[in-house]
Write a protein that binds this ligand. Structure first.
Ligand SMILES: Cc1ncc(COP(=O)(O)O)c(C=O)c1O
Length: 464
């Protein structure tokens, strides 16, 4: 028998059979035990190592299962030629396994605007539909690059009823997130396009445009949304707007401004990208039709998402292309595979078809309306005139102007010391904001009403 020097450690947490297996694996991988070498029998090795035959058998079984050795009838066990397509263990680089630092530590009262209410999510229904969908093996295969047709059909019906959006399922492109879809859109744009963006505005869209080499022109806001006169004087041929709730200020664009915007697009032959990210949640006033719904000239590209209204992690967002862009989309983009897993699309489609989506939305409107009311009341009661609430018409967040002479950074740090996460707004401004006091962003979707009240009390202790 060739020399076997396994240093077995009976007190180790690693079972003996694994220690033997690891020893042989390493020796074979390194070539110290050569190909075609005959291994000692179970009995011999067990005696040599002073372990049970069962222990040796388990080690050999594992080596056999991984193809390191093979038994030849009536001859014994032999080392196999192994083709390595992975680096052997001993050469594996040492990776840093510590988690990368978070931007800010998560606090007990986290007013993050990307969070949703988990207590009212219909887990049971979602789980049941998920299991049903899992049973259909089709989801294991790639689906339609544009998104599953049956889901696009449900989305088009829902959008017509609730947002006045008029489109066929063929105009809908599903993708993993607004930022991703903006990127797809950039590939359809002329490279000399200039996109007017709201200032302040959604930083992720700006980032997507810039990384695709599209020029941007930040346009300030007035009390009705994007400043139309400034837009008319810019050389932009595309405008990205958030008319339902301007992000982050919450301004609801009145119908008159919407019509002016559409007129601008018609006159210049330009496009409007309408990002309707949380239009489902409106607590005051009458619904104002989407730009897409009142656009007679096919100049609006409508964006929607299930991130706010259902689950952010599902990454199901969509854009609606005007008919005149469809040909170009199919010619240029059909090479891209769909980015949203088919399983998630199937689950959502069934959820919508069975009427759960409508019920969920109705319930969430009530839940969020109540949270919104609680937040505003708590701010008035606890913080009074030392703050000003801005954008109290927004869906799932508000802005808080704090009059205590602290900078935005100081406010955030002071809040953290009292277990509260509040968020900056300076990241959304291109040109310096004209607010005399800093503005904080407070989302309320992920906190219960009790947590909202307690969080505001903590904020008072932190800031005043
Ligand atoms: C302005 C705006 N658009 C879109 C989204 C949704 O992004 P996504 O569809 O990538 O989740 C958000 C979410 O915060 C947003 O604030």
């Amino acid at each position: 028998m060739f020399e076997i020097t396994v240093h077995l450690n009976a007190t180790s947490n690693t079972p003996l059979y694994l220690q033997i297996y690891q020893y042989f694996k390493q020796e074979i991988q390194s070539g110290r035990i050569e190909e075609e070498t005959k291994l000692p029998s179970k009995r011999k090795l067990a005696r040599h190592l002073e372990v049970s035959q069962l222990t040796v058998e388990s080690a050999y079984d594992q080596l056999k299962a991984e193809g390191y050795i093979q038994s030849q009838p009536r001859k014994g066990l032999f080392v196999q030629k192994v083709e390595y397509d992975v680096i052997p263990d001993q050469n594996a680089p040492q990776f840093d396994t510590t988690e990368s630092p978070q931007i800010s530590q998560k606090m007990k009262y986290d007013f993050h605007h990307g969070k949703i209410d988990l207590d009212h999510f219909p887990h049971k229904t979602w789980r049941k539909i998920s299991i049903d969908c899992l049973n259909d093996k089709e989801h294991l295969l790639n689906g339609d690059p544009q998104g599953e047709f049956h889901l696009r059909k449900e989305i088009s019906m829902y959008l017509f009823q609730s947002r006045g959006v008029q489109c066929s399922p063929n105009q809908i492109v599903i993708g993993a997130g607004t930022q991703y879809l903006v990127g797809i859109l950039c590939m359809l744009m002329n490279k000399d396009s200039i996109v007017a963006i709201e200032d302040p505005g959604f930083h992720r869209t700006k980032h997507a445009l810039e990384t695709h080499g599209i020029s941007i022109d930040p346009i300030p806001l007035d009390e009705e949304g994007i400043d139309i006169e400034r837009l008319k004087h810019s050389s932009a041929n595309i405008a990205y707007v958030t008319p339902s709730h301007q992000f982050p200020t919450g301004i609801v664009m009145p119908i008159s401004r919407r019509l002016e915007l559409l007129k601008w697009a018609e006159k210049t032959g330009g496009y409007i990208i309408e990002d309707d990210y949380d239009g489902e949640f409106r607590y005051k006033g009458k619904p104002i039709p989407s730009l897409q719904g009142i656009d007679a000239s096919e100049n609006v590209i409508y964006f929607g998402t299930f991130s706010k209204s259902l689950i952010p992690s599902a990454r199901i967002s969509y854009m609606i292309l005007p008919e005149k862009l469809l040909n170009q989309y199919h010619q240029t983009m059909s090479i891209n595979k769909q980015t949203v897993p088919r399983l998630y699309q199937d689950i959502l489609c069934q959820f919508m078809k069975d009427g759960y989506w409508e019920r969920h939305l109705n319930k969430m409107r009530t839940v969020y309306r109540s949270k919104h009311k609680t937040l505003i009341a708590a701010i008035h009661q606890e913080l009074g005139k030392r703050v000003t609430v801005i954008g109290d018409q927004s869906g799932l967040h508000i802005l808080l102007e704090v009059h205590n002479n602290m900078s935005e950074e100081e406010l955030i740090k002071a809040a953290e010391k009292h277990n509260v996460n509040v968020y900056p707004t300076s990241i959304y401004y291109e040109k310096k904001e004209n607010h005399s006091s800093p503005l904080l962003l407070l989302g309320f979707g992920g906190l219960s009403e009790t947590e909202i009240k307690k969080g505001i009390i903590q904020l008072k202790k932190a800031l005043f």
